[in-house]
Design a protein around this ligand. Structure first.
Ligand SMILES: [Zn+2]
Length: 108
């Protein structure tokens, strides 16, 4: 997970810089610096990812995530995801956890 202070700094710098890179009307923010800050991420742990129900990007914690088709094979599911904010990509991985009965077979 990205350091919260760094994340706040990235948000502050990114949100306050206009298209010309000017911040607060006077400070010029280097777009390469912003890109470097955004690239400085630490991946979420597997357990943190599961705790979030996969709702957040494991790189930047954005909830703006595009999810592809869920593919299933022999009890394992995978779905490709891409973050709309940091452009990180990953697979969500699902496992078979049991079954529920819809209808018991009729007696013969
Ligand atoms: Zn992201």
């Amino acid at each position: 997970m990205i350091d919260p202070q760094l994340q706040a700094l990235i948000r502050d710098v990114s949100d306050s810089a206009d298209d010309t890179g000017r911040r607060d009307g006077h400070t010029v923010v280097d777009k390469e610096v912003i890109a470097a800050l955004k690239a400085y991420t630490v991946q979420a742990s597997q357990s943190d990812f599961v705790k979030s129900s996969g709702s957040e990007c494991p790189f930047c914690q954005s909830v703006s995530v595009y999810r592809g088709h869920l593919g299933l094979a022999l009890g394992v599911g995978k779905r490709a995801c891409i973050c709309n904010d940091c452009e990180g990509t990953w697979n969500e991985v699902y496992g078979l956890s049991g079954y529920t009965v819809l209808a018991s077979p009729s007696p013969r």
